[in-house]
Design a binder for this molecule. Structure first.
Ligand code: FAD
Length: 282
């Protein structure tokens, strides 16, 4: 339970963090809330020689509107996302999901960027970001690039993040008719199954849907076959397309919290709940 020795650098700016990363010769790692990294270090599953603390960089925090989109800085803590008036008004799914993360302490330290970079298979925000079709902004000493959330999450704890790169922000178009619901593990609140539904609705009917899933598979995914089947449905016709939503998944997690069969069954239940909640906001 004692990590290997490491140096610590509190970065004052994004450039300062990137410089420290580049100078560390692959030995440095950024820390934000530390809620996932520090336990890994204590188990010696991660042994960085230098921790670069990005939690207090002003340019990495905050929630703002920019060119019709909403941008959230990577070091913004879950509590700020959960209580943001801008998000609650313009894109309530994001604050709704943040409010379900862990407990008060976790929400006050854990960050959006840390959650996305860590890519726990049961984390909430990855499902919301894939359903919103969000863009993830990355920066390294070599420059900047943007990756779609749908291609950022690649496998178990595996994302499209190159050595020396940090997430600086996340951007998405706000949408009201969207909702996130989850069946959660009672002690941690991590999702056993979590579903984010983002809908375009006209006259009570779904025109198009984007459905993000977490907890059931190795990483957050979109359920594209289901999305197509949802087009044209209304709240009265949902059962026939949602009830078997978990059956078509290639491989589904099984652990001490829930068997594969149970998770498959819960995918259908929670897809229906998420879609109904999103329809109610339309
Ligand atoms: C008791 C407990 C309960 C929790 N419950 C939930 C839950 O219900 N739902 C949920 O979704 N999560 C949950 N979490 C996770 C938590 O919410 C954090 O989001 C998560 O731990 C990672 O965020 P962090 O800021 O702490 O990242 P850190 O631990 O600081 O970092 C995690 C990883 O991300 C990297 N990283 C951090 N920031 C960046 C960045 N900007 N760019 C590139 N890489 C970066 C680090 O190098 C490290 O590899 C829980 C955690 C705990 C301890």
């Amino acid at each position: 339970m004692i990590p290997t020795p490491f140096d610590y650098h509190r970065a004052s700016s994004i450039d300062d963090a990137l410089k420290a990363m580049a100078a560390s010769g692959g030995n440095g790692q950024v820390v934000a809330g530390g809620h996932s990294l520090v336990p890994l270090m204590k188990l010696r599953l991660s042994e960085p020689g230098l921790l670069i603390d990005i939690a207090r960089i002003p340019d990495l925090a905050g929630i703002r509107e920019k060119g019709g989109q909403i941008e959230i800085g990577a070091a913004t803590v879950h509590h700020a996302v959960a209580t943001s008036k801008l998000l609650q008004e313009k894109c309530p799914i994001v604050s709704e999901a943040a409010a379900t993360i862990g407990d008060t302490q976790v929400r006050n330290r854990g960050t959006l960027g840390g959650s996305l970079a860590h890519a726990d298979p049961s984390a909430d925000m990855p499902a919301v970001m894939v359903a919103l079709d969000a863009e993830i902004q990355l920066k390294s000493a070599k420059g900047e690039r943007t990756v779609k959330a749908t291609s950022f999450f690649q496998d178990l704890f595996t994302v499209d993040l190159q050595p020396g790169e940090i997430i600086t922000a996340v951007r998405f178009a706000p949408v009201k008719s969207a909702a996130y619901v989850k069946l959660y593990q009672k002690a941690s609140h991590y999702a056993i199954v979590g579903v984010a539904a983002v809908l375009a609705v006209k006259g009570g009917k779904i025109e198009s849907a984007r459905i993000g899933l977490t907890g059931a598979t190795t990483h957050a995914v979109r359920l594209s076959t289901l999305e197509q089947a949802l087009a044209g449905q209304s709240k009265d016709t949902l059962d026939k397309v949602t009830s078997n939503a978990g059956a078509g998944l290639d491989s589904v997690n099984s652990d001490l919290h829930a068997s594969e069969d149970y998770r498959r069954a819960m995918v259908g239940v929670f897809v229906k709940r998420a879609v109904l909640a999103a329809l109610a906001r339309a």
